[in-house]
Design a protein around this ligand. Structure first.
Ligand code: R5P
Length: 290
């Protein structure tokens, strides 16, 4: 049985279809004061495996709370085999302490998700692999790169250079470039003098080439806008932007388009107007392998 939280109903439906499993009928609404209501309308046998699909991005607290309501209701139904699929796992950015006695919010949410009855967590491109260690249950950190690469292969005629906007994202670029059988690189800041910093590709020239930029998250769009401007200056013929999690705060899409992006696409780990690449197959395939 697959249960979708309100942040991931459509994705839950796709996963159910791919697994040939039933999508549970639920009722979910918000009371006038903002509190959530959740009801599971189908019968679920206690020995049935239940997969709860709920991203916990913005509004994080509300989506996280709804996830807890689903888990608590399943526990009242004596269901034990519960897998939480949270394609975008909120509160993942603080997975360690940067200053004294800060709350490690990724750890706090990990403890809550476990306490509410999850026996396994599946997510996509977690902000840090070390987040898995905050749990005492198995956590599977899947990659959306094969799905993104497949989309690029189907929609792009020229052979692009795949570029990470910084060194931290180089493995994403590598993963995509390997599928597309092309080259990859990252943007590096070089200090030319105490006053002058130049950002350029580390190893290869992008002059007269189509460039694919790949990052895990686009939030304000600042990182990508900066990259697009530099790449266009350096002679890229086109710049296509891809990311896994389209957090897209405020007018990020507008800023990216205004900077000259030729394409902007993301996966549906979060709902957005550019979430055209589905991770349903990635999730379903993994669940089949368990
Ligand atoms: C950083 O660790 C991430 O990989 C992204 O580069 C970052 O979250 C993007 O943020 P923004 O869109 O606000 O520049």
């Amino acid at each position: 049985m697959i249960i979708g939280g309100s942040a991931s109903q459509a994705l839950a439906g796709e996963v159910a279809e791919k697994l040939d499993e039933k999508l549970c009928h639920v009722e979910t609404k918000k009371f006038p004061d903002g509190e959530r209501y959740y009801r599971i309308k189908d019968e679920i046998a206690p020995d049935e495996r239940v997969i709860v699909v709920q991203s916990t991005g913005y509004p994080q607290d509300e989506n996280m709370m709804e996830l807890f309501f689903i888990l608590d209701t399943l526990s009242d139904m004596n269901v034990e085999d519960i897998i939480v699929v949270s394609p975008y796992l909120g509160y993942s950015r603080q997975e360690r302490r940067f200053k004294d006695v800060e709350c490690i919010s990724a750890k706090a949410t990990a403890r809550l998700i476990q306490a509410m009855g999850a026996k396994r967590v599946i997510s996509i491109n977690l902000h840090e692999q070390s987040i898995c260690d905050l749990y005492d249950i198995p956590v599977d950190n899947l990659s959306a790169m094969p799905a993104i690469a497949e989309y690029i292969a189907q929609t792009t005629e020229d052979k692009p250079v795949v570029l990470a906007p910084d060194k931290g994202a180089i493995n994403f670029a590598k993963e995509i470039a390997e599928v597309l059988d092309t080259d990859y690189d990252y943007l590096e800041k070089v200090r030319l003098s105490p006053e002058v910093v130049e950002t350029k590709t580390k190893n290869i020239s992008i002059d007269n080439r189509r460039v694919v930029i790949i990052d895990d998250i686009i939030s304000t769009g600042g990182t990508i806008v900066n990259a697009i401007e530099i790449l266009k200056e350096q002679g890229a013929t086109a710049v296509d932007v891809y990311c896994v999690h389209p957090v897209l705060v405020n007018d990020a899409i507008l800023k990216i388009n205004a900077a000259g992006a030729d394409n902007l696409q993301a996966t549906n780990t979060l709902k957005s107007e550019v979430s055209g690449i589905s991770v349903a197959q990635t999730i379903a395939q993994h669940i089949k392998s368990l």
